[in-house]
Design a protein around this ligand. Structure first.
Ligand SMILES: [Zn+2]
Length: 355
């Protein structure tokens, strides 16, 4: 009798001291406060369909020969990105006006084998230093490479991943304009245009093995790979974007992402491909995965596959620039929140609400 009483008492105490998991989750949601909404709207408005179109028609042009890793076309694409940042006085994290993180051929020989013969290449990095917590860093990424020229046909890769590339440029520019107007982000932002994604997400793999800033100070990675088109599932409602991975490391990141969406836009966040057992396993198929493996919370933004995916016909005239702008504004607003909110995003194992 006494034994049972003691147990009941313990159970009771236990229940009172530790709220139910669903309540704790609710507490995380309620702890999120959206910051600077007027500023976010103001600087998001600098991202326009016209600017995106102008950049993408250059980046996904014949001149860059399908941007195959290590080939002259990819090098031209890297130069194009570096010149963009230089012109806008957005700095590099390196010295001497160099924006390239060089990856030697030997890295590929070791990881995928000499037979693949992937030449030396480079990630392109740009950096905006934070005003209050510069050591804490958000990484925005998008791969710059594509499939090159095959059978005499240029693979333009306008959606894959010209769309993510120009998204990074315009987001960087918006943050730069804000900084010039006295609204520098509190935390730092690193923009990484990853090379060698199409050959096995190896540019981001190289970065996490040779991080420019400590990975433990990297608060999150938002990765963009294909955001300019509409897939078959959404032909009748193109107002969507797939989000993958947002809840894997940090429930807080997931709820921040949703709160930002609810504050600024009516775009549908589609989680179809976020299911753990999803057949396509997109979670492991773009650059965010390199960061996720290092315990950095990630969100992957993606429009799904379409008829021109991995074909020479993925051209800039088929991009929906209005829709792409809407998606980029969501990513910009999410970034702003992550770098300006009071505390850095908490990984679930450290989140006191969940304990
Ligand atoms: Zn891609």
């Amino acid at each position: 009798m006494k034994f049972i009483c003691t147990l009941s008492l313990l159970t009771l105490i236990g229940t009172c001291a530790t709220p139910k998991y669903s309540t704790r989750i609710e507490n995380i949601k309620e702890s999120i406060t959206i910051v600077d909404s007027t500023l976010v709207k103001k600087y998001a408005s600098t991202i326009t369909p016209e600017d995106l179109k102008l950049q993408l028609y250059q980046f996904a042009s014949r001149e860059f020969e399908g941007r195959k890793t290590g080939e002259p076309g990819q090098k031209k694409a890297a130069e194009f990105l570096q010149n963009f940042y230089k012109r806008r006085a957005i700095k590099s994290p390196f010295k001497d006006e160099n924006y390239f993180q060089n990856i030697p051929k030997s890295f590929f020989d070791e990881s995928v084998g000499v037979k693949e013969n992937i030449g030396a290449t480079e990630n392109v990095l740009a950096y905006i230093e934070g005003s209050e917590k510069p050591e804490e860093l958000l990484i925005l990424s998008a791969h710059l490479d594509h499939e090159g020229v095959k059978n005499g046909q240029v693979y333009y890769g306008a959606d894959d991943n010209g769309s993510g590339t120009v998204a990074l440029l315009e987001i960087a520019e918006a943050f730069k304009i804000a900084a010039e107007n006295g609204h520098r982000p509190k935390r730092s932002i690193l923009f990484i245009h990853c090379t060698a994604e199409e050959v096995g997400i190896l540019g981001s793999e190289y970065y996490v093995k040779h991080p420019v800033f400590p990975l433990e100070n990297t608060i999150a990675n938002l990765n963009i790979d294909m955001i300019g088109r509409v897939d078959d599932r959404h032909i009748n409602n193109k107002n969507y974007i797939y989000l993958i991975g947002s809840d894997r490391h940090s429930k807080e990141l997931h709820f921040i992402s949703e709160a930002v969406r609810n504050t600024y836009t009516d775009i549908d966040l589609d989680y179809k491909y976020n299911k753990l057992d999803d057949y396509n396993q997109y979670y492991s198929r773009s650059d965010h995965y390199s960061f996720a493996k290092e315990n950095v919370p990630v969100i992957f933004y993606f429009n799904g596959e379409h008829e021109d995916y991995t074909k020479a016909t993925d051209t800039p005239d088929k991009i929906d620039y209005e829709l792409m702008t809407k998606r980029i504004k969501l990513i910009f607003a999410t970034s702003w929140q992550l770098v300006n909110q009071e505390t850095r995003v908490v990984i679930d194992e450290n989140n006191l609400f969940l304990k």
